[in-house]
Design a protein around this ligand. Structure first.
Ligand SMILES: CC(C)(COP(=O)(O)OP(=O)(O)OC[C@H]1O[C@@H](n2cnc3c(N)ncnc32)[C@H](O)[C@@H]1OP(=O)(O)O)[C@@H](O)C(=O)NCCC(=O)NCCS
Length: 322
């Protein structure tokens, strides 16, 4: 008979081993476990639970909620996330996963949370939602527990061997230059206007990603900016937000200037800069819709598909009709 209890520090090796057996597409090591779980500023031991059977760890769940504001999103007091949940293959279909989720939901309700999202806790998410190919079974599991599938997010990648900026993109850049637009590598003097541009035009996580790179003195290596003829920043492209060199994004252009191919030039210049640095594989973890089509046109391929899943809890923990 299994029990559910709070995670203890000496469960670490067993939890990491079980994680790597269960979440085979998203393996972690001790460093990542510490960085993204234990040392996350919002980590709460009351929301980090294991299932144990005869001293053996057979399941794990990590819930997250904000103690600290996430830029302008604040502490999102009604929101909770289930970052990951997994159960030992030999112990599945015994109600362990269900019990782990129900226990976390109970604790969320006691904390006043109503909106529960799977997986996509920013900034330290492991994937945007259950993987539709490799963990597709878990989608059924979550549906049974009242979670609704609201959409899809994809991961994409591309090999950069022999990468060249196409002639037509060079031509587009020339035309943009004639209109007074230019692409430049970040310089420290641009710190303030960059942060202000991101704050005004993009979600909170973006300004945070840029600020972290600047604090680590990585701006010159990992950021490209687009300027208009007044020297105002109108576009931005970043890579290596988590220090993984080939990790592309975020990437965005001022909403009034979209459709003029500023993004295309930023994108190709960033990829060429990566290629020159010996980075031969570019990937991104989370995109959808128009952005996905943009990357596809540029040659990137979908390598992961994730279900975006949420549940609204009422006080009793049932799904509310909203
Ligand atoms: C998803 C997972 C945690 C489920 O754990 P579990 O302990 O086997 O699930 P439970 O026994 O508690 O199942 C609860 C309900 O979901 C159903 N269910 C569980 N797995 C299912 C599956 N693969 N297909 C269809 N239904 C499933 C059960 O039949 C049960 O239904 P019931 O209440 O009507 O009896 C487990 O399969 C797992 O670890 N998968 C790999 C990791 C993963 O994908 N995690 C999710 C990423 S966030």
């Amino acid at each position: 008979m299994f029990i559910i209890r709070n995670y203890r520090y000496n469960d670490e090796t067993n939890v990491i081993d079980l994680w790597n057996n269960c979440l085979t597409r998203d393996p972690i090591n001790q460093d990542i476990f510490h960085k993204k779980v234990i040392l996350d500023e919002n980590f709460n031991n009351e929301l980090c639970l294991v299932a144990e059977d005869n001293n053996r760890i057979v399941g794990f769940i990590l819930g997250m909620s904000r103690k600290y504001p996430y830029e302008e999103r604040g502490t999102e007091p009604e929101k909770g996330w289930i970052s990951v949940v997994f159960v030992d293959k030999d112990y599945r279909f015994n109600g362990i996963g269900k019990k782990l989720v129900e226990e976390i939901e109970k604790r969320f309700i006691n904390m006043g949370k109503r909106n529960i999202t799977l997986a996509s806790y920013s900034p330290n998410y492991f994937f945007p939602g259950p993987d539709k190919d490799v963990y597709s079974d878990s989608i059924e599991f979550f549906k049974k527990l009242g979670y609704q599938e609201l959409g899809e997010a994809v991961g994409m990648d591309m090999i950069l061997y022999d990468f060249k900026i196409p002639d037509e993109v060079k031509e587009i850049e020339k035309n943009l230059n004639e209109k007074g637009y230019r692409i430049e590598t970040f310089k420290k003097i641009y710190s303030l206007p960059l942060l202000q541009f991101l704050q005004k035009h993009f979600p909170g996580g973006w300004v945070r990603n840029a600020r972290n790179a600047l604090i680590k003195n990585k701006g010159e290596d990992t950021l490209l900016l687009a300027f208009d003829k007044n020297n105002d920043i109108v576009g931005y492209c970043q890579r290596a937000i988590d220090d993984i060199e080939g990790h592309f994004g975020p990437f965005g252009v001022h909403e009034n200037l979209r459709g003029q191919k500023i993004g295309t030039v930023l994108f190709y210049k960033m990829l060429f800069d990566m290629y020159k640095r010996g980075i031969y594989h570019v990937w991104l973890a989370w995109t959808d819709g128009d952005a996905q089509r943009f990357y596809e046109r540029a040659g990137m391929k979908v390598n992961k598909k994730h279900a975006i899943m949420k549940k609204i809890l009422n006080r009793k923990g049932d799904v509310a009709n909203e």
